[in-house]
Ligand binder design. Structure first.
Ligand code: FMN
Length: 404
């Protein structure tokens, strides 16, 4: 009978992720911090991460490190270059000083990149209009793709030099690699488009390059869309097949699962109340007018459920040997324990830790079993004025100069 007894995994015991050991099984998810006006680390960015690390997480994710200037979401987004490394080193040192490991989310924004703000035109799988920049993003050439694979390799090495312990390669939310995976966004007929094997090629090539660069020293994870939740988008049967291909490549130490599209269905990522008025207020007057017309359709209120991706993510966990990391609406200690007992390797938490950076410590001490975040999602548009919980801190964060 003992074989039937449920596994009991202590969320607060140390756990291995590839070549590194985390002090516990809770990872702060990537929540773009927005306090880097010069695309470099500031004291405010360090402060933000220090608070989360001091709050007890096993690992903290810095979001996000673009692999090239054209891979930024907008100009105020950090991208990897020599000049960025000393500041990033200070950032990882601050996280380490609080006992947590540091992960960098690395990615290329592809169709999400605002080329007008970036001052440089990027690329995506197939030519597409970007309403933020009011410009078309062109389809990537062979040379663009060769370059971007190398940019991922270079960024991985830069992150190692800056002292990061882990990387999270962004394969979600219809950023570049996710756009290549998506049948809705990739209608190429060359070796990068068409059947799934070809749509998955870019993600696999990138992960191979990252593995070759830092594998065995840094833990390598990826954040993969399970479903795009847009018309004709990626569905779970295909994403499961992608996950199996990636697992067989041996390029990953863990897989984080997500869904939705930053420009096509953002509320699918988050669930809860849609912060339409705050989001509209962050846009230029012209875009604000357009948003007034389509805002409710683009961003509907969506019921929030604890662990809302669990049902989908369980299919990946059951099909893969790779440690699978549960994300999406993890708010309670009971949810964390159940996920780990069920066989998820780790959990990630985002908004609950924006609201209470010390939630983990409070759970560990038995002072609190549930986060107090109400999923109003007003933190979402705060990415333009310093990412924070607006219920605690309504005022914009004035980011200072880059740290030397
Ligand atoms: C303010 C904010 C910024 C975010 N930025 C990113 C990002 O840069 N990259 C990413 O992959 N996900 C980003 N996310 C999504 C979170 O990582 C996470 O997937 C989502 O919030 C669901 O997890 P949660 O319910 O624990 O918050 C962001 C979320 C929020 C609230």
């Amino acid at each position: 009978m003992s074989g039937d007894a449920p596994r009991r995994v202590d969320p607060f015991a140390p756990a291995r992720l590839g070549p590194i050991t985390l002090r516990n099984r809770v990872i702060k998810s990537a929540t773009f911090e927005g306090v880097m006006p010069d695309a470099l680390v500031t004291a405010e960015l360090i402060d933000y991460h220090r608070r989360v690390a001091a709050g007890g997480v096993g690992m903290n994710t810095v979001a996000y490190v673009a692999v090239a200037p054209d891979g930024r979401t907008n100009h105020a987004c950090l991208y990897m270059r020599d000049e960025a490394i000393p500041g990033l080193r200070k950032l990882t040192e601050a996280i380490h000083a609080e006992g947590a490991k540091a992960s960098a989310q690395i990615g290329h924004a592809g169709p999400v990149a605002d080329s007008k703000s970036n001052g440089v035109v990027g690329f995506t799988a197939s030519r597409r209009f970007n309403p933020l920049s009011m410009r078309f993003t062109p389809a990537a050439t062979e040379a663009d793709l060769e370059r971007v694979i190398d940019d991922f390799r270079r960024t991985a090495l830069g992150c190692e030099e800056a002292g990061f312990d882990a990387l999270e390669v962004h394969l979600g939310h219809n950023y570049l690699l996710s756009a290549f995976l998506s049948p809705a966004l990739n209608d190429r007929t060359d070796r990068w488009g068409g059947p799934l094997e070809k749509r998955a090629r870019l993600s696999r090539e990138v992960l191979k390059a990252v593995r070759e660069a830092v594998g065995g020293r840094l833990a390598i994870t990826a954040k993969l869309n399970m479903i795009d939740a847009i018309p004709k988008g990626l569905e779970i049967e295909e994403s499961l097949a992608v996950a199996k291909m990636i697992e067989s490549d041996g390029t990953l130490d863990g897989l984080v699962l997500t869904g939705g599209s930053s420009f096509g269905n953002p509320m699918f990522l988050f669930r809860g109340d849609a912060p339409r008025s705050e989001f509209g207020a962050a846009l230029s007057p012209l875009l604000r007018f357009g948003f007034k017309l389509v805002g409710r359709k683009f961003m509907p209120d969506t019921p929030f459920e604890e662990a809302y991706f669990e049902e989908h993510a369980r299919r990946f966990k059951d099909a893969l040997d790779l440690p699978v990391i549960l994300l999406g609406g993890v708010n309670n200690r009971a949810t964390i324990e159940k996920a780990l007992d069920d066989g998820f390797g780790f959990v990630q938490m985002g908004r609950a830790l924006l609201r209470e950076p010390d939630l983990l410590l409070k759970m560990q001490r038995g002072e609190q079993s549930e986060g107090v975040c109400i999923h109003c999602n007003r933190c979402m548009p705060s990415i333009y004025s310093g990412t924070r919980c607006l219920l605690i801190d309504p005022d914009p964060i004035e980011a200072g100069p880059p740290v030397a």
